[in-house]
Structures are given as C-alpha cells and as structure tokens.
Design a protein around this ligand. Sequence first.
Ligand code: NAP
Length: 492
Amino acid sequence: MSTAVSANTPESVESTAARGTAERPLRIAIIGSGPAGVYAADMLTKSEEVRDGLVLGIDLFDRYPAPYGLIRYGVAPDHPRIKGIVNALHKVLDRGDIRFFGNVDYGTDLSLEDLQTHYDAVIFATGAIKDADLNIPGIELDGSYGGADFVSWYDGHPDVPREWPLTAKEIAVIGNGNVALDVARVLSKHADDLLVTEIPDNVYAGLKESPVTDVHIFGRRGPAQVKFTPLELRELSHSRDVDIVLYEEDFDFDDASDEAVKTNNQIKTMVGTLTNWLVEQDDDAADPTTGASRRLHLHFLHNPVEITGEDGKVTGIKFERNELDGTGNARGTGEFIDYPVQAVYRSVGYFGSALPDVDFDHRRGVVTNDGGRVLGADGTQVPGVYATGWIKRGPVGLIGHTKGDALETITHLLADRTELPAAVVPAADAIGALLESRGVEFTSWEGWNELDAHEKALGAAATEAGPVARERVKVVSREEMVSVSRSAGVLR
Ligand code: NAP
C-alpha cells in the first residue's frame, strides 16, 4: 500500500530532537479501543518514565466508528454493571492526551508499514470477536449459529445483518461459559424486560416475535467444572416468567470436583447455587417448575456429537452422555441422547483473527508474542511491534484481567524504547492527512461524544413515547454512526 503523505516532505518532518521530548514525542499507535487498548494507553501515560519526563504521543485506532470494543459489542445489554466500566474508559479518553481515530481498519485503511512510518511503536489490542469452531456433523445446517454472532446482533454491531431468525421454540446452547449464559438468558427473557436496556429497536422487535419456550444449556463436564462466574450464574434465576430446570442425574462429582469445591470459592459458590436450585425444585417433584411460560434447562455431562436436520434445517441435537474420570475431565459412556430443537447456538469460546503482516499462532488464535513483544515467523522480536489483551493471551479472563496484560506489554515497550527502529516519524497531524487522502471517513473523540449524546437523546425520546425509561438507544448502522460523529467536526 502506498503512503500518500511522504515522510520526507518538509512540512511533515518533525525536528531531530531526541525522542520522548516535547519537541519530538515518542509516538505510539494502539490498534483497538476496547478495554485492552485503553488500559495500555492509560498505563503508558501514568508510567514512571512519563512521570520522569518522557513525552508520549498516543493515537488509538478502531475499525468501528465508536470506541470501547467488547464493552459496546460483547457485553450483554442487561449487564449495566459491566457497562459501568465504560465510565472509567471514558474518563481516560476524555483527558485529551490520547487521540481517537474511529472507523479506521488496520490492513485496509492503514498498513503496518504506514504505522511504522508514523509511529515509534505499535500495540495491537484487537481482541477476539469470532466464535471458536465446533467441528461436529450438522454444524452447517440452517438454524445452527455461533453465539458470538448472536451477541454481535443483539449488541447492534454495525457489520452484522439487522435480522436474526428467531423462529425456534426449543433451543440448545452448547458451552458452560459466561457467553453461553448471556446467549441463553437473552434468548429466554421476554423482550419487554430488555426494553429498559440500550438494545436497538430491531433487536427488541426480533426478540418480541420469538416463540421460544425452552432453552437448554449443555456442558460437557460436571457442575464443579463450569466456567461460569457466581454472579452471572445466580442472575439466571432473576428473569421474570422463566423457570430453571435441573436434572439430578447430571449432579456427578469426582475426587477432583470435591477438591475444587474445597479449594476454590467460586466453584463452591456455584455448586451451592446449582444444588439449591435442584433441591428447591425437588421439593415439588411432581411439577419442578412454577408454571412459567419459558424454561431454561441446565444439563451437564453432555458431549455434543451431531446436529441433526431435515431439508437442511436443524431438527435436533445428539449428545453422548459423559462421566467424570476422577481428574475433573470427562469421558464418553457410549450412551446417546437426542433432543428435539430447532436452533443450536455454540458458545464454546471466542477465537482471535489473524492480522495482516503479523505472524499468527493459528492453534491458539493469538498474535505470536513473548510477553507482548510480537515475534516474527523466525521467532525473533519484531522491533517496535507489541500486543495486549485477548489477541495476546487468548480469549480468557474477565475484563479486569486485561490490566495485568497491558502492564506487562507497556513495561516491555518502555524498556525497549531506546532501541526502537529509528524511523522518520512525520508530524502528529500527518496521520489524519494520510487517512483523508485515502478517503477514510475517520471519526474522532469529539465525534464519539456527539454520537453518545445522540444515542442518549434517542433514549430520552423513547422514554417519552414508550412504557419504560431508556437511558440510551444504540445507533446500529455504520453510515449513521459515521455521519452523526462527523457532524462534530473531525479532529481536536
Ligand atoms: P469459556 O469461559 O472459555 O467457556 C467455554 C465453554 O465451552 C466451556 O464450558 C468449555 O468446556 C466449552 N467447550 C469448549 N469446547 C467444547 C466442545 N468441543 N464441546 C462442548 N463444550 C465445549 O468461554 P466464553 O464463555 O466464550 O467466555 C470467554 C471469557 O469472557 C471468559 O473469561 C468469560 O468469563 C468472559 N465473559 C464474561 C462475562 C460476564 O458477564 N462476566 C460475559 C461473557 C464473557 P470445557 O471447560 O470442558 O473446556
């Protein structure tokens, strides 16, 4: 890709002063404005080196017109507590010492070479938004979906279709992680109970039409091996008119399970929650439910082996019954069970996407790196290129865990700073000029504030017109997001 702004034109060349000074800041590009990218930016600005006088120029890029990555496009709408993290990220970006360039796609609008021309260092914080594969027969049938794709739909991601087929009465969700809980909770909740959230209008309309009666969550191991977290599990029982149903035969505990319950408080709490639910329903064994119009079933020790179908459409799912092997792992028993379902959602983890010009570990779905220092195919460090967050360590851990990651990466970057490649770094405004020259309609921090205010105004209008108070209604279309954002003018 050619660079439209030459690094050598007189107006774009900065002074020859030492790097890291007010005259010649150490310039860092961060790709991805989710928690990983913003934490890295924030930690850089608060580092000891900066306190000792190092001057940085940090630009944060995102392929979406709005910032916050996974928080805007991965957290369930009925999780306002996590959305509260947005307030902390907002404060960081609102200080004015970190610039935001939205609607800029790394690999399309900017190449690694462009970034290396304009910056001393690049940090990739692109996360993981795709579903991990589940390779079983029938996975390609109509009615078999990736949970992460459904999350993108209900979170109003600009690049997914507006319509989601919600025609199934019985649904299987595969996986025992928090994403499976999110997917199952949103599928089983009544749409009216989600109206207080920021769900886009098309999502409300889609969910409102859903004829669902039964959502089944299937884990392949036992109750002591779930990857949920206690709060998120407990929350399942808070949905109105949704009964939770458990099965006594699934409550199997091996030595490793007993050990986990003894030594891990989270597991102890969750096993307690699940057991209480089981006992409560057994108190009324003839009818384990309260007669709610929707049911959420939790099954354990079910290993998915095939999605079955007719005329190309999902009609059921087959599992092999598992048993625990003493170590907390599971093995097949040779017994098979079929469930009639019309839709299957796999929530078996996220997977990172490869980035152009960066070596990728396709087995783990991460950028090849050593403690955040990006490595080339030959295993040696690529000077000035770093990674942080899920694209560095894989899609595990809660949002807060990303902080430790960011600290490691920025510590390495700052330790390397005197050995970073001596590129000719153009003046700070050259990157905007380059994007303009390529016709990239990038958005800015001021633009986000404009869009933020617009979405809140839509919420206020909906509150006036409708039955419930709505703080915000999300804008979904990329064109509309860009047009509202750019009405604020371009860069500070
Ligand atoms: P996860 O926590 O890794 O859970 C993946 C689940 O899929 C596990 O139960 C795993 O079982 C199962 N699985 C994997 N391969 C399978 C297969 N072939 N067949 C059947 N089951 C299979 O992943 P996640 O749910 O995508 O979550 C990713 C991260 O985001 C986690 O750290 C999670 O806590 C976090 N998150 C948090 C929230 C929140 O509200 N706090 C919301 C969403 C996500 P095994 O354990 O047997 O491998």
